[in-house]
Design a protein around this ligand. Sequence first.
Ligand code: MN
Length: 270
Amino acid sequence: MRILISNDDGIYSPGLTALVKMAAKFGEVRVVAPDVEQSSKSHSITSSRPLTVRRTKLPQLDGFEAYRVDGTPADCVALGIFNWEKVDLVLSGVNLGPNLGNGIWHSGTLAAAKQAALHGVRGIAFSTPVTTDEPDFTDVMPWAEKALATLLPHKQLPLINVNIPPQARGLAWTCQSFRHYDGAIIPGKDPLGRPHFWFSVRPIEEVEPGSDRWAVENRYVSLTPLRLDLTDEKLLEEAERKMPLIDCSSPGRKARAAATATEDRDPHAS
Ligand code: MN
């Protein structure tokens, strides 16, 4: 099995080192990751200039092929898949910090896995809350390995978001928490007196039981299967019923909606 590894914390992140060592137990590993931190860059791609891919020797990772890219996580995965034939699986992380609930809209870690899924390759994102400057992955990686071993046979899941709490006590399937968050912008001043602004993102509502945030708060490893199609089929149907426009509800689209719910996807199908 060919496993491509990326992240959004940058190629020298200890989370990536830990993930490479763990993934090597499952197959042949290659790293293509951003040269600097790209956290919260979401799924942006670099379309206004060319990208460079440079062979990189990683400390603590002798013998692994690794490349750094002057681009985003999504760029790295696209290039990794382009330059390495028949990638079977893309792993992203382990992110230094959780990617839960509405936070996944901003996540570069998840975007790397999402980019894989867009290319028809399975993508799994790993994240863990980090509280110290020197994160210790000895407690986290056995759970990441358990999660990966659990997910691998489920080939119908093209995209999974995994969050590992400290001192985890089990694996749990979860849904994405979608409660509102406070995107407050906090103004301040730089040392020269010029105005600047901090962006703050924090959930402002209680966690929903069974959600990713709930699992991590209760010390369960959260496994959330995600999909690429964001269409809200129920609301679409309702809108068509209440405000009929041009009728394009072709049998093809209805079939697609049904298939999205039940399809047994081949990861290489698209
Ligand atoms: Mn990050």
